[in-house]
Write a protein that binds this ligand. Structure first.
Ligand SMILES: Cc1cc2nc3c(=O)[nH]c(=O)nc-3n(C[C@H](O)[C@H](O)[C@H](O)COP(=O)(O)OP(=O)(O)OC[C@H]3O[C@@H](n4cnc5c(N)ncnc54)[C@H](O)[C@@H]3O)c2cc1C
Length: 489
């Protein structure tokens, strides 16, 4: 029997009322404890109501009474509203009943979705007592952000290529095993193992968890629609607004020499600069695009390819500020100690992501706001809080790293929940550089270890579709970015 439940610890002293209890009786209460009254071997177990019912023959299940609310502490009632906990007293004819574990996953992005599928498909049947997966996220659809650099241009990608509905992909699982809560985590209280959630409809709810997976990722500064903003509708609207702005502008300045900046500049360059329709400029803070940890040949290839598409690349410059009027934007640049001003119809910032972690206690976060993530993918100091993806600080925030973390986390969770092992497998980040950046629809550059990857290969593996050809399967759970078979199918 699991003694790990917060509710067990917190409310266990409440006691099953002794009066009126007869040997062999089944009754339902809000508490749980081992129970050995004299002469009768009785067990009391904590379990989710629905799971209890499904585990008993219908003749017994019909004898389980609903929770006697008069015995509940008022403070406990909201939790029972969510999912009644039951204590069951029964004779030794039923030997063991273990509690259903509630796994709450915060975030339905490239981290949260594959984790949920794997747990439901592979882990749930192997955990004694079963598990219930609760996904909490404000987005009804997965925004396939890998293609946002193309989708932000008008008439390039239809909405249904980049927004894939999530709920239908989970309908194949038994309804009592999962729940999708449309809302945002507002506060995690590790003391009571509870997440406070505000629903998209404004409702408020406390969700208790046995294990919590934080996969809330990151957002772009200035609310650029490169990631989900607020919810799916808001993100779609923002994307449409930017498409219109791009359509109307004759000159566009993109700030940021990271992957997103280069990919957006490449798309705009191919569509508009190379055809002479618009002036496209990219501002890069170093003397070449990308972080200096990447090979100079790769960084040079990116700059050369952009220039081949007639994108003007301004290097060693940082945007200090920008101010917009109704018709144009003035961008102040700082370059080698000197400031200058650039005028453009449209300014498109691509720098600066911030982690979505404000709902976590400060003690869990590093100075930049990312979760201090251990090599077991736990939040430091919390053995039932797990972190994958952009929200954690173990690796750079990339989809590849997110995917590798998810693939490993499900192994850790199986060791913990199925095998009850204390010896969890350590996550060893792959130190090899692996990156591919598409530049326009036909070209790109990348690096594998110390090798520069051919442009043609990047086009074939990435630039052709920007992964939109896999988005449906990804959401359906049949694959992850790196695992192509037998994931959640
Ligand atoms: C334009 C672009 C292109 C990219 N291209 C590549 C690429 O080619 N290769 C690569 O490896 N990586 C790429 N990345 C990086 C990759 O997209 C991220 O690393 C990946 O999305 C991280 O996944 P995640 O699940 O951790 O977070 P996110 O994708 O940020 O998803 C977070 C989820 O959490 C939800 N959420 C946020 N706040 C809360 C809250 N308080 N409560 C509940 N839910 C919440 C969000 O709605 C969302 O569902 C790209 C990123 C961008 C923006």
């Amino acid at each position: 029997m699991g003694h790990g439940s917060p509710l067990f610890r917190r409310y266990g002293s409440e006691g099953i009322p002794r009066h009126g209890r007869k040997p062999g009786d089944l009754f339902v209460n809000q508490m749980s404890s081992w129970y050995e009254p004299s002469g009768i071997k009785t067990l009391a177990c904590l379990a989710r109501y629905s799971a209890v019912l499904s585990r008993f023959p219908s003749s017994l299940a019909s004898r389980i009474k609903s929770p006697p609310r008069r015995h509940c502490r008022p403070s406990l009632l909201p939790l029972l509203e969510h999912e009644p906990l039951v204590g069951i007293s029964f004779k030794s004819e039923v030997v063991q009943l273990t509690m259903v574990k509630t796994m709450v996953i915060l975030g339905a992005g490239p981290g949260g979705i594959p984790a949920a599928h794997y747990l439901l498909k592979h882990t749930a049947p192997r955990v004694a007592g079963g598990i219930k997966v609760v996904i909490v996220a404000p987005n009804t659809h997965l925004f396939w952000c890998f293609a946002a650099v193309r989708a932000i241009l008008p008439d390039m990608l239809a909405d249904d290529k980049v927004f894939v509905p999530i709920a239908p992909a989970f309908a194949k699982y038994p309804s009592e095993q999962y729940e999708i809560v449309l809302g945002k985590a507002e506060k995690v209280d590790p003391g009571s193992n509870t997440v406070q959630v505000t629903g998209n409809d404004g409702s408020s709810r406390a969700i208790p968890y046995d294990e919590l997976i934080v996969a809330t990722g990151s957002t772009f500064k200035e609310d650029m629609p490169f990631k989900t903003i607020a919810n799916t509708d808001t993100t779609k609207q923002a994307l449409h607004t930017w498409q219109q702005r791009i359509k109307n502008a004759k000159s566009i300045v993109i700030a940021g020499g990271g992957f997103t900046g280069v990919e957006v500049a490449g798309e705009l360059g191919q569509e508009y600069a190379s055809t002479g329709l618009k002036e496209i400029t990219l501002i890069v803070s170093d003397d070449l695009p990308f972080d200096p940890k990447y090979a100079a040949s790769v960084r040079e290839a990116a700059k050369r390819t952009l220039e081949g598409l007639k994108v003007k690349v301004i290097t060693n410059a940082k945007v200090q500020n920008s101010s917009s009027s109704s018709s144009s934007t003035a961008i102040t640049l700082l370059s080698r100690g000197k400031t200058s001003t650039l005028e453009a119809d449209l300014f498109l910032p691509t720098y600066g992501i911030k982690p979505n972690t404000s709902f976590l206690p400060d003690s869990m976060l590093d100075e930049r706001g990312f979760v201090n993530q251990t090599k077991y993918l736990q939040a430091q100091g919390h053995d039932n809080i797990w972190v994958v993806g952009d929200a954690g600080n173990l690796q750079d925030p990339t989809g590849k790293n997110t995917d590798e973390q998810v693939v490993h986390l499900v192994k850790i969770l199986e060791a913990r929940l199925v095998e009850n092992s204390k010896d969890l497998p350590e996550y060893k980040p792959d130190p090899k550089i692996m990156m591919g950046v598409s530049i326009g629809r036909n070209k790109g550059t990348g690096q594998m270890g110390g090798w520069k990857v051919w442009s043609l290969l990047i086009w074939f593996a990435k630039g052709r579709y920007l992964g939109t050809n896999h988005a449906q399967d990804f959401v359906a759970g049949t694959r992850t970015m790196t695992v192509q078979k037998n994931w959640g199918q």
